[in-house]
Design a protein around this ligand. Structure first.
Ligand code: SF4
Length: 329
């Protein structure tokens, strides 16, 4: 209807099971052990979540050598390499592994294929913590492929024994394009046993694709270092949105974005609390976009149990050195 201002609100959006678990893990660690609790890297890539946890006593560090000997440290949802686990154990840190189980699954694939002497082409962004962690499981077997263009230049030792794996938060379409180009060069390229791009990343992309085709403007709530949030902006533009922007907070929205706009699409990355989306909807209502229609493309009910270090009361109470063994949840 011309002249009818509306919002198409993508669903699913926001928190995934892995982020929910990781944030609760820090909260529970603070409750159980008291502040401060150290966290290696941002627990999830969202500045609002990180600053709220800081206010409650979490201290975020880049590396475990910044954590006092024997203190509690939480590993972020993005996962860590065995080198980090060992460094934490060397400092007698009491490690709580909040690595998302779907990232742990990719780690296990890397270990298994390396053991079988495959060369692993890991599609992802080599500066991203998750890729560092996965590659660190088998550094002699992993080569990171950052983009479809790099598929043309990457070299392998034995083209008959190559497998691809990926970061969990990539664009599905772009990753498939990278795989297509890799397979042109390496016809025996083996696929991962199951999707590495996780259900939450895929579901959020499917939803924004449906919204984007009818949207003059798409607003993605999420932080700049959130891979899946940044991908949502790209996917929205690719699937027909006339403009798409990422914001951390509602107050970053610019009035000029609304020029000539009737339909605004809204979504949020997997590390974004719903309260931030509601603040965007409040601002949109004030700008005349009070009619909100949810566009739902999937139901999500996945939940993960807490890291085992927070489940095993008896072991936690025992104190002393706790193994930095990886989560198997
Ligand atoms: S985005 Fe996917 S892989 Fe990352 S924490 Fe969420 S569920 Fe896990």
């Amino acid at each position: 209807m011309p002249g009818h201002k509306r919002v198409l609100l993508a669903a699913p959006r926001g928190y995934c099971a892995g982020v929910d678990r990781a944030v609760i893990a820090v909260e529970k660690a603070l409750e159980r052990f008291g502040a401060p609790v150290y966290v290696r890297k941002q627990i999830v890539h969202n500045i609002h979540v990180v600053s709220e946890l800081e206010e409650r006593g979490a201290i975020f560090v880049d590396e475990v050598d910044e954590v006092p000997e024997g203190a509690h440290v939480v590993f972020s949802a993005h996962g860590v390499s065995p080198a980090v686990v060992n460094a934490a154990a060397d400092r007698h840190l009491q490690a709580i592994d909040a690595t998302c189980p779907l990232v742990t699954k990719v780690h296990r694939e890397a270990v298994r294929f390396a053991r079988d002497d495959f060369e692993i082409l890991l599609i992802g962004h080599e500066w991203h913590e998750e890729v560092e962690g996965t590659a660190g499981e088998a550094p002699d077997h992993v080569t990171v492929v950052n983009s479809p263009d790099e598929a043309a230049t990457v070299e392998v030792r034995d083209p008959s024994k190559v497998v691809w794996l990926s970061q969990t938060t990539l664009s599905v379409d772009e990753t498939m394009e990278t795989v297509r180009r890799l397979r042109e060069r390496f016809p025996n390229l083996q696929d991962p046993p199951s999707d590495d791009i996780c259900y939450a990343t895929q579901n959020r992309q499917v939803a924004i694709k449906k919204v984007a085709k009818d949207a003059d403007l798409v607003i993605v709530v999420g932080s700049a270092n959130s891979s899946n949030s940044v991908r949502l902006v790209e996917v929205a533009l690719e699937y027909g949105a006339k403009a798409a922007y990422r914001v951390d907070y509602a107050d970053e929205i610019e009035q000029a974005w609304f020029d000539g706009v009737e339909t605004v699409g809204v979504t949020s990355g997997a590390s974004v609390p719903e309260v931030l989306v509601q603040q965007v909807l409040d601002d949109l209502r004030d700008a005349g976009f009070g009619d909100v229609e949810e566009v739902k493309t999937a139901e999500e009910d996945l939940m993960f149990s807490l890291p085992k270090e927070l489940r095993q009361d008896a072991e936690s109470r025992r104190g002393g050195r706790v193994s930095a063994e990886r989560s198997t949840a």
